[in-house]
Design a binder for this molecule. Structure first.
Ligand SMILES: *Cc1c(COP(=O)(O)O)cnc(C)c1O
Length: 374
């Protein structure tokens, strides 16, 4: 069985992790959060982003919350978010007392459709929040232009696109600020929870830095300039991520190579109702490889039979979730939820496994169930 979520992601780093834990646990400083290693990790990420400010925090979700809070989002405000995506896109907005307004997605990119988003901008709109999805960055040039034209703020959910580059600009630096997530399954995932805010705006950076640690400025303890949060970063994870950082480009390149192979194998299957994601390299970062399949459930069952684990991101549009239930029509998001199927794409898949997965999809397309009409 080739699992969709591998259980050996960190096997090669296990002894390093134990050494780091021992080093930290026996160091005289006895400092386990927001210490020198966190500072070094933030500096290393910032250097890769041409000197942008990086503020690590408790999770990608928390990074969104800290930024929305720092941007002053609160009761009476609206934030335009994609109708197709993960819960934090809406929950972070709701938890600040504001209202998420859901925009339908582009049918090919699966990211928020700029035209739909623009049509939803009202006098109450404070922020537009596009998110990069699976392997494709959102249309950030369009979002930058329309945010400026309407005088609203632009926050980029780049949680899944760390390392992606669109038109020469890294994911995270298109918006006034972006976020990264280090939760296990993400491309720069780790052995726990963590996230980061990235921004070229020093004022926003300062606000987020205070908010992540109860509104303190990092100099005078127990002086609270603002009402903040506990969203601090762990020193052990900083050490471990510093160890893993040099390997990230290689792992992303391997993911891209697998995606390119899948695309080459699946592009001829359009007549059988199987459509690979957009190819190319500009604005691509391969977190999840998502096919669209006319007969998704049958394909999924066939792949399970062939020993290939798959996953469905996401079974229902955000505004159709009980927690965010809203009236409206999001036909492209609905269709994506019916058709989408993710295949394994982690970097330590062997060539033989990648080939087996591709063969299994192609074999399905050649069966009556796969070739059947709608
Ligand atoms: C994973 C993810 C988040 C949240 O990150 P966590 O670290 O899990 O809190 C936010 N937005 C998107 C698009 C994500 O994929």
């Amino acid at each position: 069985m080739i699992p969709f979520f591998p259980d050996d992601l960190f096997d090669a780093d296990r002894s390093v992790l134990l050494d780091l834990l021992h080093q930290l646990g026996t160091s005289p400083a006895q400092r386990f959060i927001l210490g020198e290693h966190t500072a070094r990790f933030e500096a290393a990420l910032g250097e890769q982003l041409g000197g942008a400010e990086v503020i690590t925090c408790g999770s990608g979700t928390s990074a969104l919350t800290l930024l929305l809070h720092a941007m002053g989002v609160g009761p009476g405000d609206e934030v335009v978010v994609p109708a197709f995506g993960c819960a934090p896109l809406a929950s972070t907005v709701v938890n600040l007392g504001a209202r998420p307004v859901f925009a339908d997605i582009d049918p090919v990119a699966m990211t928020m459709d700029p035209d739909r988003a623009e049509a939803l901008i009202s006098p109450r709109t404070k922020v537009v929040l596009p998110a990069h999805m699976f392997s494709v960055m959102a249309d950030m040039p369009r979002f930058t232009e329309l945010a400026a034209r309407h005088g609203v703020r632009l926050l980029e959910d780049s949680a899944v696109a760390q390392g992606g580059v669109l038109d020469g600009r890294p994911a995270g630096l298109w918006g006034e600020a972006g976020v990264y997530s280090f939760v296990q399954v993400k491309t720069f995932g780790t052995v726990g929870e963590g996230g980061a805010v990235v921004t070229g705006d020093p004022e926003l950076g300062r606000a987020v830095r205070m908010l992540r640690n109860h509104g303190q400025d990092g100099r005078t303890r127990f002086q609270h300039h603002r009402i903040g949060y506990n969203s601090r970063f762990d020193e052990l994870l900083a050490l471990f991520q510093l160890h893993r950082l040099p390997g990230l480009p290689g792992r992303l390149a391997r993911r891209a190579e697998i995606a390119e192979y899948y695309n080459a194998r699946f592009e001829p299957l359009a007549a059988q109702g199987i459509q690979p994601p957009p190819g190319g390299t500009n604005g691509r970062c391969h977190y999840v490889y998502c096919l669209r399949a006319r007969h998704r459930e049958q394909l999924r069952a066939h792949l399970t039979e062939q020993g290939v684990g798959t996953h469905v991101y996401y079974p229902s549009p955000l505004p159709r979730q009980p927690a965010f239930a809203t009236d409206g029509s999001w036909p492209q998001a609905e269709r994506a939820c019916r058709e989408i199927l993710a295949l394994p794409i982690y970097p330590h898949l062997t060539d033989a496994q990648v080939e087996h997965i591709a063969e299994a999809v192609c074999a399905f397309a050649g069966t009556p169930a796969g070739a059947g009409t709608r």
